[in-house]
Design a protein around this ligand. Structure first.
Ligand code: NYM
Length: 212
């Protein structure tokens, strides 16, 4: 039927402060979806494996210094270089669970003082997620979780500004999940929301694009 040919994978993004538990929850979602017979891949941004990704990685590890605007554009370019692969995966029926996306790009760069609209501009035209899951935790509680690493941005004061920036990006379509609850509780909640989205995309849901 025509319905079946529109069937596609879901683009699902997890966002949140550093140490909010996103990465663990992404891998739990992958096992869950695989276990229920769905084609699924785990992605993350920045993708440090590309040439652009290596520049980003050395910046984050404080091995290089870049103008705030320049690094912002590299983060965005890193998403653009994956855009066509992303679309073909989704069209072929694979669901993508993505650890950070354009919202991280805007939240982190605008927390440095860059203009929000300027930050959004290079992201316009990327595929819009079918679902954004925000793992909500205060910067103070996140900091208590075994402490931050040595990478750039992993400081309480900066994370407080990032939390503020994320708040200006929320819209009604985001699912805000209380990330201070137990790993199991968070996992249960995410599973339900994610499965609903996967099934909706399977029935055929048109693609939309970010910020246009
Ligand atoms: N980050 C991530 C940005 O500043 N802009 C972006 O566009 C993205 C995707 O990179 N502190 C920041 C957020 C993180 C850091 O991410 C590295 P991770 O998830 O720790 O590898």
């Amino acid at each position: 039927s025509s319905k079946k040919s529109d069937s596609r994978g879901a683009l699902i993004v997890l966002e949140g402060l550093d140490r909010c538990g996103k990465t663990s929850q992404c891998s739990k979602l992958i096992s869950y979806l695989e276990g229920s017979g769905h084609a699924v891949e785990s992605w993350r941004f920045p993708d440090r494996n590309t040439g652009v990704g290596q520049m980003i990685s050395s910046y984050l590890m404080n091995e290089s210094h870049l103008d705030d605007h320049a690094i912002h554009l590299l983060f965005s370019a890193n998403r653009w270089e994956k855009r066509s692969l992303m679309e073909s995966k989704l069209r072929s029926g694979t669901t993508l669970i993505i650890d950070r996306y354009a919202f991280s790009g805007v939240a982190f760069s605008s927390a440095k003082g860059l203009d929000v609209e300027w930050c959004k501009a290079p992201e316009a035209g990327l595929l819009a997620p079918d679902l954004v899951l925000y793992l909500d935790i205060s910067p103070e509680k996140a900091a208590e979780r075994g402490g931050y690493g040595d990478e750039r941005y992993e400081k309480l004061e900066f994370q407080q500004r990032v939390a503020q920036s994320y708040r200006t990006l929320y819209d009604a379509t985001w699912k805000i999940v209380d990330a201070t609850r137990s790993m199991e509780d968070v996992e249960e909640q995410l599973k339900q929301i994610v499965m609903e989205c996967v099934l909706k995309c399977q029935e055929g849901k048109p693609f939309t694009q970010l910020w246009q």
